[in-house]
Design a protein around this ligand. Structure first.
Ligand SMILES: Cc1cc2nc3c(=O)[nH]c(=O)nc-3n(C[C@H](O)[C@H](O)[C@H](O)COP(=O)(O)OP(=O)(O)OC[C@H]3O[C@@H](n4cnc5c(N)ncnc54)[C@H](O)[C@@H]3O)c2cc1C
Length: 425
């Protein structure tokens, strides 16, 4: 078959890998100049490794991703350091990423610790498929099981940071899936995620597929068993089309989709994401990941000192710092200039190290995306659009259709390979 794929992110490339391997004639349209989508990276002068535009790591439970790396013959380039992740409590930061760390945590009494421990083990070991938990909110379920204290110290800041005003409406199946997949060891790829995406793209091309960069698809239609794909410069017919764009963009570029389907696409909710990256001259802290509650006055959700995860020597000796947040689409972080963002964030960074000031900043970058984190409400499974759209030969595989698991590169690989199989069955 002649198959078009929209998007050279991990879902699109994984689909292309299998389809080209199976002997189909595959063309991938990519709007930007590089592979990797949200997982892509960039390299500043003097760096040997690329840095992800949005902080990224893998978990040891990411079986689909690791399986693909194995098939690509590059599994030995994936490695798993054990950096420190800390959470804020009462003016200080504490590691909460192991049973021992939890036992030492002063914020919980004995009963809180027991409730945390039993509920955690129940979710991790006894619930095989937690989708049924979607009828409850994560916040409500945690309050009833782990208790109000653990919920307020641990889960509320995470849910509020990630989902803002929707925090109280996110379902428990999503939190179950997040809990069971997280591991303290965090993985990455020699050279950075971009090197992995480039390897995958090279092997996709090696199997005979074509990737057209800088060629965004503007219109998709389907008639008499043929799908027509238009860009500003090309028009071509295919037997199948797999789109990996956001649902909203899909509704826009495929105007013939019936209302029954576009209504579902447009009814999905997502958060935008913004990340300010600073390359600074000195090491700031000793931890990798800081979870920050907004009520403690931090203007962003996570501060991530990347060079406490991977050595600064890969980045010309720079210390690399991400200040990241999930926000509403009309939040000012989507439009403020980089300089304005830096001005706002400096006082908070000084709370981690009072010696820090703007003279430490050697370079800086800002990345933002409107489609950063889908929001899974109570009863979400009935809101998810089918992979097969009502248009003949047209399929959609987006982050919003990954469920109950949190979107991530592992699940982009899984959904990409699944849709490739379904579309050609
Ligand atoms: C802040 C942040 C942190 C994250 N952290 C992690 C993490 O630690 N670990 C992890 O595994 N995952 C993480 N993720 C999630 C991960 O990046 C995504 O789940 C995954 O990359 C999604 O892949 P995808 O192929 O589905 O979509 P995308 O990566 O969005 O790919 C879609 C592609 O389609 C292209 N495209 C869009 N419109 C068009 C068009 N009209 N024509 C042609 N091409 C088009 C885009 O340019 C893009 O390349 C994070 C995401 C964010 C935002």
């Amino acid at each position: 078959m002649k198959i078009a794929i929209i998007g050279a992110g991990l879902a699109g490339l994984s689909a292309a890998f299998d389809l080209a391997q199976a002997g189909h004639d595959v063309k991938v349209y990519e709007a930007t100049e590089q592979a990797g989508g949200l997982a892509s990276g960039f390299k500043a002068e003097g760096w040997d490794w690329s840095l992800e535009k949005y902080y990224h790591h893998w978990f040891t439970s990411d079986d689909d991703l690791l399986g693909l790396a194995e098939e690509l013959g590059v599994r030995d380039k994936v490695f798993f350091p054990r950096p420190e992740t800390v959470a804020y409590y009462d003016g200080k930061f504490y590691a909460l990423d192991s049973p021992l760390a939890l036992l030492k945590f002063p914020g919980f009494g004995l009963i809180d610790k027991a409730r945390f421990g039993f509920t955690y083990l129940y979710l991790k070991l006894l619930v095989k498929d937690g989708t049924h938990l979607e009828k409850d909110t994560a916040m409500g379920w945690m309050q009833r099981t782990m208790g109000p204290r653990v919920t307020d110290v641990l889960w509320r800041p995470m849910l509020e940071g990630k989902f803002g005003k929707y925090a109280d409406k996110v379902n428990m199946a999503w939190l179950w899936a997040r809990i069971i997949t997280r591991t303290p060891k965090l993985g990455t790829y020699q050279g950075g995620f971009q090197a992995f995406c480039d390897e995958l793209a090279a092997q996709v091309i090696g199997r005979g597929a074509v990737i057209e960069y800088n060629n965004p698809v503007t219109h998709v239609s389907s008639e008499d068993g043929k799908v027509t794909v238009k860009t500003d410069t090309t028009v071509e017919e295919f037997d199948r089309l797999i789109s990996t764009t956001s649902p909203r963009l899909m509704a826009k570029i495929a105007p013939d989709l019936p209302e029954s389907y576009t209504g579902k696409l447009e009814g999905l909710t997502s958060m935008a994401a913004s990340v300010l990256i600073l390359a600074i001259k000195e090491k700031l802290t000793d931890s990798y990941w800081f979870n920050l509650p907004k009520e403690a006055g931090y203007p962003f959700l996570a501060m991530v000192e990347h060079t406490n995860f991977l050595p600064a020597e890969h980045y010309g000796g720079d210390t690399l710092l991400y200040c990241g947040d999930y926000i509403d689409h009309d939040h000012e972080y989507m439009t403020l200039t980089k300089e304005e963002m830096i001005e706002r964030f400096v006082p908070s960074i000084q709370r981690f190290n009072p010696d820090f000031d703007e003279s430490w900043i050697r370079d800086s970058w800002i990345f933002r995306t409107n489609y950063g984190q889908p929001v899974p409400f109570v009863g979400h499974s009935k809101n998810i659009p089918a992979l097969k759209t009502p248009l003949d030969g047209v399929w959609l595989a987006s982050m919003s259709q990954v469920y109950p698991y949190d979107r991530g590169t592992n699940f982009a690989v899984e959904i990409g390979r699944r849709v490739a199989k379904l579309a050609t069955e």
